[in-house]
Design a protein around this ligand. Structure first.
Ligand SMILES: Cc1cc2nc3c(=O)[nH]c(=O)nc-3n(C[C@H](O)[C@H](O)[C@H](O)COP(=O)(O)OP(=O)(O)OC[C@H]3O[C@@H](n4cnc5c(N)ncnc54)[C@H](O)[C@@H]3O)c2cc1C
Length: 423
């Protein structure tokens, strides 16, 4: 959607069709893991006002899958047997939730969470109560654990790393997040994974999850949140390079001038990444789509803003700008508690990334530090009395800020500041 709108803003006045195999009008995914039990009414939040499609001259072809690309004839093949002629194609096919492949055949109470249908099925199962076993202590698993605990459901999280969020946040924040969830009644089984899921002979429903260390967990519902696989099959079949995502340049161009890619599926050379890669954040999808849409309209635009994401868990909001790398020095501010904390990743005495729970102002200041490139010490960052804004202003004089246009949304940390549950 953001690419389509940016194409129009960039002056493209030809036909635009959005083809999506999901039959629903495009909706936001973040509420699916945050409000599926507490606010069912707001679960299906449309990405844009429905009138936008008509006003912007965008044809929405919902419930239709693209099954092939004919690069020679410039035709997009649809799974109802028809085809669309296209001068340019943007692949914004996202990712699919990864499976554990532990059971043969479908198990009705073993679910994943990517689509509105997934959320609907999960809400129906959870309405019957727990115990709920969540495999995967990443963002989606933890948001779901928080939702389930708020509804009083017995919840256990199984995670193969030593702590939840260990990969994206590291051990210190992982420990605080663990304590936040344990205080809310979540049980963790860490550094272990699932060996088997047992079902009764009479039904295909799983009633027990067996872990590698021999622990047996009773289960009424199992949710698998163990990461994603990119939906890059169309690009691969069209002979376009993929490396765990569709390889694009800074403007979203693949090596085939007919094909472009944006969002979760695109492997992009973002300046905040150590090497090219995919970034699976809502705000990045929106801004990358926008930049690639403008580029497709002829206004070459690169996305270079520090990647932003947020995650709502209980009444708290975790926010982050930038990307850490191996070798960065992590600094936790000294006043950290499981309910409110702020951490920084320092690289060459400059802030490379910031992450905070319920600290929207400080996270925004951290973003300014990243953009200003000012040098700062670990001691200054650890001190809750340090005026981060004043220090970033010092650096702003030395280095101009790098930021792309405001686009179709405002600054993300402002959007979430003060309203932790807004998405
Ligand atoms: C439950 C959940 C919660 C999330 N919460 C957060 C959050 O709190 N913060 C955050 O930063 N990010 C969050 N995200 C991530 C964010 O939603 C994604 O980064 C964003 O949706 C990516 O957008 P996209 O357009 O690239 O891909 P998607 O949103 O995945 O859209 C891809 C679309 O392509 C369609 N498609 C795929 N293949 C085909 C085909 N062959 N033919 C036709 N259509 C096809 C799919 O049906 C889908 O609608 C969350 C994601 C999920 C699933």
């Amino acid at each position: 959607m953001s690419a389509a709108l940016a194409l129009r803003r960039g002056g493209f006045d030809g036909a635009i069709a959005i083809v999506d195999s999901d039959p629903r009008e495009p909706y936001e995914r973040p509420p699916l893991s945050k409000t599926l039990l507490s606010n069912h009414a707001s679960l299906l939040k449309p990405i844009v006002d429905p009138a936008t499609y008509r006003e912007e001259g965008i044809d929405l072809l919902g419930g239709l899958g693209v099954c092939g690309l004919d690069s020679g004839a410039h035709r997009v093949l649809l799974d109802d047997g028809t085809a669309l002629d296209a001068d340019r194609v943007l692949l914004a096919t996202g990712v699919a939730a990864r499976d554990l492949n532990l059971v043969s055949g479908p198990r009705p109470n073993v679910l994943r969470l990517r689509t509105a249908d997934d959320a609907g099925a999960l809400a129906t199962w959870l309405a019957r109560g727990g115990p709920l076993v969540i495999v995967g202590g990443g963002f989606i698993g933890l948001e779901l654990a928080a939702e389930a605990r708020r509804a009083g459901i017995d919840t256990t999280v199984v995670e193969m790393a030593p702590l939840p969020l260990y990969g994206p946040a590291g051990p210190a924040i992982g420990q605080l997040v663990r304590e936040l969830h344990e205080a809310n009644g979540v049980r963790f089984h860490l550094s272990t994974t699932v060996a088997a899921m047992n079902s009764t002979h009479t039904s295909r429903e799983v009633h027990e999850v067996v872990l590698n260390d021999g622990t047996r967990l009773p289960a009424a519902v199992v949710v698998v949140g163990v990461g994603v696989i990119p939906r890059d099959e169309l690009a691969r079949s069209a002979g376009v390079a993929t490396d765990g995502g569709i390889v694009v340049d800074e403007y979203g161009r693949t090596e085939n001038p007919w094909l472009w890619a944006a969002g979760d599926v695109a492997s992009q050379p973002h300046p905040h990444l150590q090497t090219r890669g995919r970034i699976e954040h809502w705000d990045v999808a929106l801004r990358h789509g926008e930049a690639v849409g403008l580029s497709m309209a002829g206004q070459l635009t690169a996305l270079d803003a520090p990647p932003y994401f947020w995650s709502d868990q209980y009444d708290q909001t975790l926010q982050s700008f930038g990307r850490s790398r191996p070798g960065d020095t992590f600094v936790l501010r000294r006043d950290a508690t499981p309910a409110r904390f702020l951490g920084f990743w320092l690289r060459d005495s400059q802030v490379a990334a910031v992450m905070g729970l319920d600290c929207p102002r400080e996270v925004r200041a951290g973003k300014q530090l990243i953009e200003s490139g000012v040098t700062i010490t670990a001691n200054e960052l650890a001190d809750p009395d340090t005026d981060l804004r004043a220090i970033s202003r010092r650096g702003a004089l030395a280095k101009p800020r790098t930021e792309i246009s405001q686009g179709i949304s405002g600054q993300p940390a402002d959007r979430h500041a003060g309203s932790p549950r807004s998405t």
